[in-house]
Ligand binder design. Structure first.
Ligand code: SF4
Ligand code: MG
Length: 319
């Protein structure tokens, strides 16, 4: 609720603080138990920063995170360490996040030791069980990360996240570094695991195509703000925000009969240290109106469950 992350910027010889990069600027959303919320946007939009703030790997500048009825943003660091047993993260680059000098067995054992779960014997059993669950085998336990393919390494990253029996997995671009053919396998695995283990996912991606089939709802971020948030069905069938429309223009449509409005964006994302006034998308928006350059549009519900932050929909806002 109202999540913000402002990083101070410094300039001059004395490094005086000169301003802020508003990496995340007033973002609110929820995820229901058992569902998958996709969060999508180009690099620098604040999606990873948002994911990290949810489990306080980064402290929010402002705002509140509540998990399972408990407010995480006002508990002590040691309580937060305990809470992380239930919220785990899967990272984009499994190679960078797996210690190259540790065997897979040691890597998977570590969360159990950190959270003081089980004894030596049950830990070992759990490691072997989870290797099987993610499609590897006990035979891989004594190997090192470099001895695996990218897809296998991501399976190890997923297994590690599951060791503590978490309820929520925050996956930050878990398939972006993988070959397209391997992406589908890892996505299928994640979906199977979700059903089997009753997991809730927050799935961060830079492209709407990747999250389409796995997300119940999708949020689209632009320059630190949520531009649109809706059920997948509604978002892909009837995107409202011009930015979402532009992102979808780049995603191939399976049905050639179905013609989608094509919006090709010009220019790059402006720097978050000096974002445009009003609607931060106005410098690239083909529908820009006068009001857009001065007034920040709020994320509002314009159809049941479909939220958009854009002045084009003022009339449609439900109160
Ligand atoms: Fe475009 Fe204005 Fe809507 Fe922003 S508020 S997306 S500039 S129409
Ligand atoms: Mg990122």
């Amino acid at each position: 609720e109202g999540l913000k992350k402002y990083f101070p910027t410094h300039s001059g010889l004395l490094g005086k603080q000169s301003g802020y990069v508003k990496a995340v600027d007033d973002v609110s959303f929820y995820v229901n138990e058992g569902e998958t919320l996709g969060i999508v946007g180009e690099s620098g939009c604040g999606k990873s920063t948002t994911g990290r703030m949810l489990m306080r790997l980064l402290e929010p500048t402002e705002g509140k995170v509540t998990f399972d009825g408990k407010e995480l943003t006002n508990i002590s660091n040691s309580e937060m360490r305990k809470a992380r047993r239930e919220i785990q993260m899967v990272f984009q680059d499994p190679y960078a996040s797996l210690n190259p000098r540790h065997t897979v067995e040691k890597i998977l054992m570590e969360p159990l030791i950190v959270h003081n779960i089980g004894d030596a014997k049950s830990r070992k059993k759990k490691v072997y069980d989870f290797l099987e669950i993610v499609g590897l085998s006990s035979y891989h336990a004594k190997r090192y990360p470099h001895q695996f393919s990218g897809g296998q390494r991501q399976r190890i990253g997923i297994a590690r996240a599951l060791m503590t029996n978490p309820k929520l997995i925050i996956a930050d671009e878990p398939v972006s570094a993988l070959d397209v053919s391997i992406q589908a396998q890892v996505l299928n695995l994640m979906q199977d695991l979700q059903k089997e283990l009753k997991l809730t996912y927050i799935f961060i991606a830079h492209d709407l195509g990747v999250v389409r089939h796995i997300s119940d709802r999708v949020g689209v971020m632009y320059l630190g703000k949520m531009a649109e948030l809706a059920t997948s069905e509604s978002l892909y069938a009837e995107p409202l925000h011009p930015y979402t429309k532009a992102l979808l223009s780049a995603v191939p449509v399976p049905d050639p009969e179905f013609k989608r409005e094509q919006i090709i964006l010009e220019g790059d994302i402006p720097s978050p240290s000096n974002p445009p006034t009003g609607c931060t998308f106005h410098t690239r928006c083909p529908f820009k109106m006068d009001v857009c350059t001065t007034v920040v549009p709020k994320l509002e519900e314009v159809k049941t469950g479909h939220f958009v932050a854009c002045h084009l929909y003022k009339e449609a806002v439900q109160h």
